[in-house]
Design a protein around this ligand. Structure first.
Ligand SMILES: [Ca+2]
Length: 306
């Protein structure tokens, strides 16, 4: 039986690979674009380009071009000026849909009631707005997989991960809406979704259409990651989509009450009630994931010429 999904994406480098993986693992019903990584126009273009390059035939819906409340900044230094490693691409020939992403999420939740999964690898603005417009989506959406949040070391501020930092109000709305949620936080992705130099070289040597795409779109991400964070590029969105597809990648998880800080210098921090003071739980957090299984999936898809 197919699994039905929407991927909600601020499409830049790793998002494009997450889109490719999602299209292989799920019946992908749509890509909904939200403000985040890079200039909004470039996110739309990158999603369209990915669909065209891999001939996915998946509709692209334009969503919110800004977070609900806060000021945020795009991070071209992480992803390249165009969001895909400054890879010079041709203008996509396909166009986005006329329907707004928020309306598409609500409509598809009705058409695939009880079956639709949301792969939220982006700030949660679109999903929060869909919930505010139609709170009954909660009972129709089967599962929400979230890449977001940091509880010990942020990648954007000392305690905030980028997606939650861009729109903490949206994250707080979504977390407390009543969805069945699993979060893959930054720390888990640093541990299990880092592509080392050796792995990067192996991907280069595959020399397929998909591996060429991978190398080009992630070039700036890799340089940035190596400079600031670790040994190689980190692929949080791709890991989250793979975990959503194969839950056996989850080596350790816990269920907690989770909130998001919306104030001052800790804005965007993920607050995890480790000792259950609140006597309630609203999300599972993947605390450790299986890197080898992730790499196996990634390589097997990149080896297909697509
Ligand atoms: Ca993303």
């Amino acid at each position: 039986m197919p699994r039905y999904a929407i991927i909600d994406s601020d499409t830049a480098s790793d998002d494009t690979i997450a889109i490719l993986l999602a299209s292989k693992f799920f019946k992908l019903l749509g890509i909904t674009i939200v403000a985040g990584n890079v200039k909004f126009e470039n996110e739309i273009k990158n999603a369209l380009f990915s669909v065209e390059y891999f001939n996915l035939g998946v509709p692209v819906f334009i969503g919110s071009s800004r977070p609900i409340m806060g000021k945020w900044r795009t991070v071209e230094e992480v992803h390249g000026n165009n969001g895909i490693g400054d890879w010079k691409i041709q203008e996509p020939k396909i166009s986005p849909e006329r329907e707004h992403a928020v309306d598409a999420i609500i409509r598809l939740s009705k058409e695939y009631e009880g079956e639709l999964e949301i792969l939220a690898v982006s700030p949660l603005t679109n999903l929060a707005l869909a919930y505010l417009k139609d709170p009954t989506i909660v009972k129709r959406i089967k599962k929400v997989w979230i890449m977001g949040g940091a509880f010990s070391r942020g990648n954007t501020t000392p305690i905030a991960e980028f997606n939650f930092w861009v729109d903490p109000e949206a994250a707080e709305i979504v977390l407390n809406a009543g969805f069945d949620i699993t979060i893959v936080p930054w720390e888990t992705t640093e541990d299990a979704a880092e592509i080392t130099d050796d792995e990067w070289k192996k991907i280069e040597s595959i020399n397929s259409k998909a591996s060429t795409f991978f190398i080009n779109v992630n070039r700036t991400l890799r340089e940035y990651s190596k400079k600031y964070e670790g040994r190689g590029s980190i692929h949080p969105d791709s890991l989250t989509v793979t975990i959503a597809y194969d839950n056996s990648l989850i080596l350790q998880q816990g269920e907690f009450k989770v909130d998001v800080e919306t104030c001052s210098i800790s804005r965007g921090a993920m607050l995890v009630d480790w000792y259950n003071f609140s006597k309630s739980k609203n999300a599972k957090i993947v605390l450790k994931a299986d890197k080898q299984k992730f790499i196996n999936y990634l390589f097997s898809i990149l080896e297909q010429s697509a």
